[in-house]
Design a binder for this molecule. Structure first.
Ligand code: DAH
Length: 359
């Protein structure tokens, strides 16, 4: 190799090694291999070389070119890795910091959505009564959502205009669960009694207006044990409602009703004033939840002997009890993510529900 080539190679390799970032590296590449680069010029000059020497000169030029290209590529990997390290170091954040109370009204102030807050309160109150939280899928089988709950085939809730169906998999069409009651079935199939669970979760119905949303939330309750009777149901729900609404003498009324999965069934009303909307006084009644003693057929559907075990169940709408508790007049803002509404009705993340201070 001639001296000029060896010098060019050494010089270029030194420049490559000194290039600290992708831009500097690219400048070296252009200066040597670009259109008017130094090596490009030598390659172009090949035609002027005497034919006897041309082959050797060409081979030497190509060897230098390959060596420079390899050095460029190796250095590119180095500077890119270095740039990434620098970025990672600069953009580092410490996710382990505990939440801090921010000044009210600052952008960083966060809050708990009222639905999530009610779920936390339900968990706290029923947790203290020995209930644990159970869950089930939003896309449910027809059997879990209806059949096992003793809901007959012709029941209106099963019709297409009330319920969202999912395309059939094996003849049976799955549904978006219309209530949290199918989790009663799943729990009884998976666990031996005694059972004490609540099931807060999303539910779906083909309804949409000021007081109905196609997606909403319910909480189910289920207690299965020996010798459970209506008195347990009433005591449990009265205690819950008074603690949840924070009214120690809240009037609670049990009214005979009908649900296919309970026998007897009762609707539960609380006292309020129709005129002012105030809870606890006023002499009017407001329906708030459904309940009853678990139907023997439902127990049998889950392989539980109804002669040995009894229980009660209840179900209520989470939006509804949240609206009543906080005086929220309209259902729609629950799902609109309006920061002003969330600030107003959201809960402080640093004050979770507490049994001592009341939820
Ligand atoms: N699943 C009923 C509904 O969505 C509510 C309900 C009523 C649940 C009575 C129960 C119950 O567990 O016992 O309307």
């Amino acid at each position: 190799m001639t001296d000029d080539l060896a010098a060019l190679r050494a010089e270029t390799e030194a420049a490559i090694a000194a290039a600290a970032d992708p831009r500097a590296l690219d400048a070296v590449r252009v200066a040597v291999l670009g259109k008017s680069g130094s090596l490009t010029a030598l390659l172009k000059g090949l035609g002027a070389v005497a034919p006897e020497a041309r082959k050797e000169r060409g081979a030497a030029l190509n060897q230098v070119k390959s060596a420079i290209e390899a050095a460029l590529e190796a250095q590119r990997a180095v500077v890119e890795a270095r740039a990434l390290d620098a970025r990672l170091a600069a953009e580092r954040m410490d996710v382990s910091l505990p939440p801090r109370p921010f000044a009210p009204g600052t952008a960083a102030e966060g809050g708990i959505h009222p639905i999530a807050r009610t779920m936390e309160e339900l968990t706290t109150l029923f947790g203290a009564m020995g209930f644990k939280v159970a869950e089930g899928p939003d896309i449910e089988s027809d059997w879990h959502n209806f059949g096992a709950l003793n809901i007959p085939d012709h029941h209106p809730a099963r019709q297409d205009h009330d319920t969202f169906y999912v395309p059939a998999v094996d003849g049976r069409r799955p549904v978006l669960r219309t209530h949290t009651s199918p989790v009663q079935i799943r729990t009884m199939l998976n666990e031996a009694p005694p059972i004490r669970v609540i099931v807060p979760g999303r539910t779906y119905r083909a309804d949409h207006d000021a007081t109905h949303s196609p997606m909403f939330h319910q909480v189910e309750g289920l207690v299965i044990d020996r010798n459970i009777h209506l008195g347990h149901l009433k005591g449990c729900l009265i205690d819950f409602l008074r603690a949840f609404f924070g009214i120690a003498d809240l009037p609670v009324r049990f009214r005979a009703s009908y649900f296919p999965f309970t026998e007897p069934s009762m609707e539960v009303d609380i006292g309020w004033s129709r005129k002012t909307g105030e809870l606890g006084k006023g002499g009017d009644w407001l329906e708030i939840l459904g309940s009853g003693m678990v139907h023997p057929k439902v127990l049998a559907n889950c392989g539980i002997d109804p002669r040995e075990w009894q229980g009660f169940a209840f179900g209520m709408g989470i939006e509804r009890i949240t609206m009543l508790k906080h005086g929220i007049p309209d259902l729609r803002p629950f799902y609109e993510a309006d920061i002003r509404w969330l600030r107003h009705y959201g809960a402080d993340p640093l004050s979770p529900p507490s049994l001592v201070e009341g939820v």
